[in-house]
Design a protein around this ligand. Structure first.
Ligand code: XMP
Length: 488
């Protein structure tokens, strides 16, 4: 096993504002064609190396779904019950796959009001209607439009308003994507239920999902064409129960997220997790030193999350004094593992160029919190800052007083009084910036440009070249050159 190298002098005490990289002869013909694929773990690759932070103001189902659709990834936070988190995993796994494997069903004798509640709570437009409760036998389809026609008749059985089985076009479970599309175009239908010989429902195909699959071939999908989903667990208490529920719900990658992961607690927890879930990818973090990264690699982590205290909602460095400047931390971790385990640079990204700098220093992907939190897809509402009249959203560290109290309140209001935890996080407001899809597009464009300036054809090539010899490419800035570069 190669011995970890000593960190280069330019990285000592360094973070994002400290560097530029030297422009190289460009070999890129069209920036649009620059490939940005990077590994998230030993087994999962992302077409866009961006990961949504497991925070309750960043990554819930809407964000998770959009990030995976756009070729990125994310982790659902654990500031909720096990049941809620597992339900979120299931929800995303049902979105935009070629075949929705467990479509939501409702018995034909249920009321219009029952159907309305399900459509609203699940944020879907169509329900498959089954003959008897739990029978799974297709009786019809009920859409949002049918419900409009049933207004004022909420207590009546929904079967009166559905399209009945005899009028439906259906297909067998093993229909190909092309045949399904042709059939739906010919029949001018948007939904195609799949049934077996006994009329039992095995899935549902929607035209919208077929179109999306064509428009976005770069989405992060599993072998069955379903969006991939990540979720976070801790390393103490009910973490194995949570892991069990997430795995049963179909999670694709688990993140064991502990503020200080270079610890005995994590050692025990990783061993337990790995002995039970042998084929599940496990990312561990956070660490910020070469010793910490090597420790997690030796435990068998499939990805290592690096960053202690750089985040926008973090107060660890201010309150405790512990931490490592983020690019030094990334570099230490990279030199310790030397490409054997992918590194996720977590926290502190304020500009798109920081993402390029992290990847050129040795990270494979970058986790974003605040940069994604002002979007339509993050949880929470858009508010107007009364002093500036600007639109903003709330972003809070997961150990901020607000997040901690919320969590205790949900479990047991008494807990709030008996648990006083030292806060190492804070809440801030972030500007509202619209859709996360636009943010990702902008990041992709800037990363492609960075690849061109780095003199490579793809991001992986730029990462390999620069991170194997950064002193040849990186320029450490003086106060004056930092001013010249970044002050506008
Ligand atoms: P950015 O800078 O992208 O950082 O907003 C996101 C990362 O911040 C970390 N995080 C915390 N760190 N106290 C901390 O010290 C907290 O309460 C807290 N909440 C989130 C986390 O690593 C996240 O991905």
């Amino acid at each position: 096993m190669p011995k970890s190298k000593k960190i280069e002098q330019i990285f000592e005490g360094a973070t994002y504002g400290d560097f530029l990289f030297r422009p190289q002869f460009s070999v890129v013909k069209s920036r649009r064609d620059v490939d940005l694929t990077m590994p998230l773990t030993r087994n999962i690759r992302l077409n866009v190396p961006i990961v949504g932070a497991n925070m309750d103001t960043v990554t819930r189902e809407k964000m998770m779904k959009t990030l995976s659709l756009e070729g990125c990834f994310g982790f659902l936070d654990r500031n909720c019950s096990i049941v809620e988190q597992a339900a979120r995993v299931k929800h995303v796994k049902r979105q935009h796959s070629f075949v929705i494997e467990n479509p939501i069903m409702i018995p034909r004798k249920n009321t219009v009001a029952d159907a309305g509640k399900i459509l609203e709570s699940q944020n879907i437009s169509t329900l498959l209607v089954e003959e008897g409760p739990g029978s799974g036998t297709l009786a019809g389809i009920l859409t949002h439009r049918d419900l409009l026609a049933a207004q004022g008749k909420e207590s009546e059985p929904l079967e009166r308003f559905m399209t009945p089985f005899r009028k439906l076009v259906t297909a067998s479970p093993n229909i190909s994507m092309n045949n399904a599309e042709n059939m739906m175009l010919e029949e001018r239908i948007e939904k195609l239920p799949l049934i077996n010989k006994n009329r039992k429902i095995t899935g549902l195909i929607t035209m919208r999902d077929l179109r999306l699959a064509k428009q976005k071939p770069y989405s992060t999908k599993d072998k069955k064409g379903r969006l991939m989903v990540g979720a976070a667990i801790g390393a103490a208490g009910d973490y194995m129960e949570r892991a069990d529920a997430l795995v049963s719900a179909g999670v694709d990658c688990v993140l064991m997220d502990v503020a200080h992961s270079h610890s005995d607690i994590v050692k025990v927890a990783v061993k337990k997790f790995k002995s039970k879930f042998k084929s599940m990818d496990l990312i561990c973090g956070n660490v910020a030193t070469k010793e910490g990264a090597k420790f997690l690699m030796d435990l068998g982590a499939d990805g290592i999350k690096v960053g202690i205290g750089p985040g926008r909602g973090c107060r660890t460095r201010l309150e405790v004094g512990a931490g490592v400047p983020q690019l030094q931390a990334v570099r230490e971790a990279y030199l310790a593992v030397q490409g054997r385990v992918p590194i996720i640079a977590d926290g502190g990204v304020g500009n798109d160029k920081d993402i390029a700098l992290a990847i050129l220093s040795g990270a494979s992907t970058v986790m974003l919190g605040s940069m994604l939190s002002g979007t339509d897809e993050s949880p929470g509402i858009v508010i107007e800052d009364p002093s500036t009249r600007r639109k903003v959203k709330m972003y809070r560290g997961m150990t901020s007083a607000e997040a901690v109290i919320d969590n205790f309140l949900k479990r047991d209001p008494e807990d709030v009084l008996t648990n006083s935890q030292a806060q190492e996080g804070q809440s801030v407001t972030v500007p509202y910036v619209g859709s996360v899809t636009d943010v990702i597009k902008r990041i992709k464009d800037h990363l492609r440009s960075a690849v061109s300036y780095a003199g490579e054809k793809d991001l992986y090539g730029a990462h390999k070249k620069v991170s194997s010899n950064p002193a040849d490419y990186f320029i450490r800035l003086s106060d004056a050159s930092r001013k010249e570069s970044f002050e506008r």
